[in-house]
Ligand binder design. Structure first.
Ligand SMILES: Nc1ncnc2c1ncn2[C@@H]1O[C@H](COP(=O)(O)OP(=O)(O)OP(=O)(O)O)[C@@H](O)[C@H]1O
Ligand SMILES: [Mg+2]
Length: 382
């Protein structure tokens, strides 16, 4: 009894993994409902946000709910590291092979039967025994037929399927430029399978889904993940701390959320560290020590930034960091204050910093993407 209590007490309530179950997942009630309703009603959704805001966690959270329904199965594929339609098929095929394998091996033989004409290479992980499949098609036609078969397989199952394709913008980089249109033409007829398309390259994704000339035009519901409201986040943090016997003043929690710009990934990182650095009652000193350590650990990378950027780009991000958010970086006032030269050179520096994902534009202003870098630049003298 005592032992199990100690184990619970020692478990960090702010795990860094993408999704560790509903108790370490804060809020997102409306978003969870929207996604679940869409999936249960056969509607497809485009889920977008800034990087690291919580898309994958939300998908896995929603899938966790759907798992409880016997008539529903979920398939999650992250296609970030895929470079061709064959890579895509291998990921999808592997995810489908692993639906329910713990309960029945039947799925494996049925899927294999479906795919046998495409000669996929099957392997089993030597330690876990988890099966995977690899496609090597001879032609575009063959890869399209394999894909068609995978979808017909899902369509013919006695259960409904929710299929999430994470980092969906990646398909625009495949050499088979017709794949986007092919995919759209196939999925629009499915009755048994609903999709979540997700990603953080918002520019690429909005072009795919909102440009009339593109195959996916107006084919989905939209869900944009914003920050979790600070008061809701603070409540969650205090509850998580309490669950391990720790306490903190609510106003101090609100202050930390401001310092972290309420950005999910950074909040989780910060509290993961604060939790193990602190005692039962968390005070200002613990918070300051956590900030200090987090910035110090990253100093090595951040001090190298001037070597990776032009002097103007570096001055520009320092200016943006000092202001927190800048509506018009090419305005006379901002240029003069931070000695940035001309409006046109600022414009091209902004474009390049967005491409490098060092800054982003949202809600009428430019901000630094990495919250810890923002805080580092605000306080550094360099
Ligand atoms: N609702 C939430 N409550 C608590 N922590 C969360 C929540 N959503 C996300 N996180 C935390 O934020 C981090 C980033 O989340 P996640 O990986 O889901 O974001 P993402 O938008 O998919 O990122 P990427 O753009 O890199 O794919 C994770 O470490 C996760 O623990
Ligand atoms: Mg993700």
């Amino acid at each position: 009894m005592l032992e199990s209590t100690i184990v619970v007490m020692n478990k960090n309530p702010f795990p860094l993994a993408s999704y560790s179950g509903s108790e370490s997942f804060c809020g997102r009630i409306a978003e969870t409902k929207q996604l679940t309703d869409a999936l249960l009603n056969g509607r497809n959704t485009l889920l977008i946000s800034l990087r690291r805001m919580g898309k994958t966690s939300l998908i896995l959270h929603v899938f966790g709910h759907l798992h409880k329904q016997n008539s529903h199965k979920t398939v999650y594929v992250d296609i970030m590291n895929t470079h061709s339609v064959d890579d895509f098929l291998s990921k999808l095929g592997t995810a489908i092979l692993n639906i329910n394998t713990s309960k029945s091996k039947k799925m494996l033989s049925v899927v294999l039967n479906y795919l046998k004409s495409f000669n996929p290479v099957m392997t089993f992980d030597s330690i876990t025994g988890v099966p995977s499949v690899e496609f090597k098609s001879n032609s575009v036609l063959q890869s399209q037929q394999s894909f068609d078969s995978l979808l017909s397989f899902l369509e013919s199952q006695p259960f409904k399927v929710s299929l999430a394709i994470d980092e969906f913008q990646q398909i625009t980089h495949y050499s088979d430029k017709g794949f986007e249109a092919f995919l759209r033409s196939k999925i629009q007829h499915l009755k048994n399978v609903s999709f979540i398309f997700s990603g953080s390259q918002q520019q690429l994704l909005s072009e795919m889904f909102s440009s009339p000339s593109r195959p996916f035009y107006q084919s989905v519901d939209y869900l944009k993940l914003e920050r979790i409201p600070a008061s809701e986040y603070a409540r969650f943090i205090l509850e998580r701390l309490k669950s391990t016997g720790k306490d903190m003043d609510p106003s101090l929690a609100m202050e930390t959320l401001e310092w972290l710009d309420g950005y999910t990934f950074y909040v989780q990182n910060f509290y993961n560290k604060l939790w193990f650095l602190s005692g039962k009652l968390i005070g200002k000193h613990d918070v300051e020590e956590t900030k200090r350590q987090l910035l110090m650990e990253r100093e090595y990378i951040y001090t190298n930034l001037p070597n990776l950027l032009t002097p103007l780009q570096y001055k520009l991000i320092k200016g943006i960091a000092h202001e927190t958010k800048v509506e018009q970086p090419n305005s006379k006032q901002f240029i003069l204050k931070y000695q940035l030269g001309t409006a046109s050179t600022v414009n091209s520096a902004i474009k390049s910093l967005i491409e490098k994902e060092i800054i982003y534009y949202e809600h009428g202003g430019y901000k630094i993407y990495d919250v810890f870098l923002w805080q580092y630049l605000r306080t550094s003298v360099q």
